[in-house]
Design a protein around this ligand. Structure first.
Ligand code: SF4
Length: 247
């Protein structure tokens, strides 16, 4: 089966997801935490802090950190958060139990992110993505936050565009965010060889669809999560079944 057909089928599903109406996004599995993260009109900084925390631990727990702060402080208001000292943030991050695997580093990242939003974005994190910026500009702005690398920055831009329906002037710089699911599905679909580096995967997605490489991210991730299991893939249920060389 040709690579073009496989790519087009994957992209068709990506487009459907991209064009779908805005829905409530499940980041944490905790209703109240997800309400906060989905409220990007009133709490855009909660989404940014979720991105900043999303490193080296289970994503669901990392994304819940803004809500854990809200529980402890009884608010998640930017002006009040900006008044917290680094040691106060550290205390909130660590007591009574650590909220993150790396509480020292993440307290610092949290504190710096809030300061940055206050000082550089007038306390309004939505300035990062409002007024139809280019995808490269949004990825760059996220990468300016302490601890945020290209993977998280491009994931943030992808979520904003795909799930929150934020308009960008282009989508060239939104890459796939490589994880175990995306890697396994790209491999089994024959789009990349068995041994492939993360950079090679990212460039393969760019080569397949330069206009918006990240459009293949969610379809590949969903296939991996739902059907393309590591040991016993459920090929009969997978919509790529008829095209997939591994089936
Ligand atoms: S058809 Fe099977 S092997 Fe291919 S992507 Fe789907 S679940 Fe994975």
């Amino acid at each position: 089966m040709s690579e073009v057909k496989i790519k087009n089928h994957l992209l068709d599903h990506g487009r459907k997801l991209f064009k779908a109406k805005k829905t409530f996004s499940d980041f944490t599995g905790i209703k109240e935490a997800d309400v906060l993260l989905n409220d990007i009109d009133n709490y855009p900084h909660a989404f940014v802090i979720g991105c900043v925390m999303d490193r080296q631990m289970r994503a669901e727990l990392a994304w819940a950190i803004p809500y854990r702060f809200l529980e402890k402080l009884d608010h998640f208001d930017l002006p009040k958060l900006a008044k917290l000292s680094q040691s106060q943030v550290y205390k909130l991050m660590t007591k009574p139990e650590p909220l993150h695997r790396f509480p020292d580093e993440m307290s610092n990242n949290f504190h710096q992110a809030i300061k940055k939003i206050k000082n550089e974005y007038k306390g309004d994190a939505s300035i990062i993505w409002n007024n139809t910026p280019s995808s490269a500009e949004v990825v760059y702005r996220f990468m300016q936050f302490r601890g945020v690398g290209p993977k998280i920055a491009t994931m943030a831009a992808n979520i904003l565009a795909r799930d929150f329906k934020i308009k960008f002037s282009d989508y060239y710089s939104i890459d796939i965010s490589v994880d175990v699911h995306v890697r396994r599905v790209f491999r089994r679909l024959g789009l990349v060889p068995d041994k492939v580096s993360t950079d090679e995967l990212i460039y393969k997605a760019r080569a397949l669809y330069p206009d918006f490489p990240g459009l293949m991210d969610l379809p590949a991730w969903e296939i991996g999560r739902n059907w393309c299991k590591p040991k016993q893939p459920l090929c009969d249920d997978c919509y790529m079944g008829k095209l997939c060389p591994s089936n």
